[in-house]
Design a protein around this ligand. Structure first.
Ligand code: FA5
Length: 353
């Protein structure tokens, strides 16, 4: 390339590119121009690349002219882009009008299901008393749901829990499983894995093959509690559950224990609180008894301790099991448990959080 050809070529490009820039009417055309002159194979790029192969005198002049043109081109390109973008915006704002008097679009906010809300509230109360939280399987073996809880096969107490069975076959053949009827199997599972002292609460879903009514669902939650150590007495059970009831339902609440039968505790009790609606006088909520039953409880049966490998001559413990939906019903005045899982948004919005 000669001197004349080098600088002349740059000047030729300058005239061409400045004209083209003025004429470009869209952002796409500007981009095409950029590629045509400054892209990898662009005209100006090629001149810049060829500088290394020309004589030093020619290189200096041609290089200076080409670099100056590159700068001018980039500046004008940016300025032209801005002119086009401003034009586009002005055109748009002419077409689009925002009516600031229109009401805003409402957005839907998710919330906590009432069961989740009450479970968290109950668990928080026990955690603040030093209990840990554990969870376990909903599909369970007969061994945990019944046998380890002092309910052998063919024991009449099995009738208390109407069970949904699951067919299961593995290498050892057909082995029936079940949908756990209560959270008590976790008592055995926990004691098998940790040494005393134990203080744990277990929330979880349970299933029973039973007809539904205002206080019974075929699937519902329970919260199990278990405390095992040396020297635990019925007094500890009463004190813990009394504290729980006062924190959940108010300091003025009274509690009552009555004998009840569960094969895995001895003695077994059910615990009631005096009705917070009528203060024990009797009303529709407490079926005119003045008391509302909230859970089953008792001292862990020595057979349950020893079947989990604990020495029942050294350790004692208490256990309890409550239904959070029933507690939510009492606390929030809900009159039918079937509302919880029928997916009626009006109910969920009213009672959820
Ligand atoms: C039991 O299930 C025992 N495992 C509780 C227990 C644990 C006793 C540890 C002693 C020691 P029960 O069947 O009563 O007991 O159920 C306990 C609670 O679960 C009830 O008080 C009730 O709140 C709830 N519950 C039971 N069946 C249903 C149901 N069908 N629908 C809703 N809640 C239920």
């Amino acid at each position: 390339m000669t001197d004349v050809t080098g600088v002349a070529a740059v000047e030729e490009i300058r005239a061409e590119v400045l004209r083209a820039l003025e004429m470009a009417a869209t952002e796409e055309q500007l981009e095409d121009l950029r590629v045509a002159y400054l892209g990898r194979r662009g005209k100006l790029t090629q001149i810049l690349r060829s500088l290394g192969s020309i004589t030093p005198e020619v290189r200096r002049e041609t290089g200076a002219a080409a670099n100056e043109l590159k700068e001018v081109f980039e500046e004008k390109l940016a300025a032209r882009r801005k002119v086009l973008a401003d034009k586009k915006l002005a055109a748009l704002s002419g077409q689009e009008k925002i009516d600031v008097t229109l009401p805003g679009r409402p957005y839907l906010r998710g919330g906590l299901h009432p069961t989740t809300r009450i479970i968290r509230e109950i668990l928080d109360t026990f955690v603040s008393m030093g209990f840990a939280i554990a969870e376990g399987p909903e599909v369970e073996w007969d061994r945990y749901n019944f046998e380890s809880l002092n309910i052998p096969k063919d024991h009449p107490a099995r009738d208390i829990w109407d069970t949904l069975w699951v067919d299961y076959t593995d290498d050892s053949g057909y082995r029936p499983m079940l949908l756990r009827t209560h959270t008590s199997p976790m008592q055995a599972r926990i004691m098998e894995t940790v040494n005393p002292p134990v203080r744990v609460v277990v929330p979880g879903k349970c299933y029973r093959y039973e007809a539904t009514d205002a206080t019974h669902e075929w699937h519902f939650y329970q919260i199990e509690g278990l405390a095992v150590d040396e020297g635990i007495t019925f007094g500890n059970l009463k004190g813990t559950l009394y504290e729980f009831a006062q924190r959940m339902f108010g300091e003025e609440r009274k509690i009552r224990f009555r004998c009840d039968y569960f094969p895995f505790v001895e003695p077994g009790v059910d615990m009631s609180i005096d009705c917070f609606q009528c203060d024990g006088d009797g009303c529709r909520i407490c079926s005119h008894t003045g008391w509302i039953e909230i859970m089953g409880a008792g001292m862990v049966h020595p057979n349950v301790l020893s079947s989990a490998g604990y020495d029942s001559s050294v350790y004692t413990g208490f256990a309890f099991g409550m239904g959070p939906e029933r507690i939510a019903m009492l606390k929030y005045g809900i009159d039918d448990i079937r509302n919880f899982y029928s997916n009626d948004l009006r109910f969920l919005r009213e009672v959820g959080d």
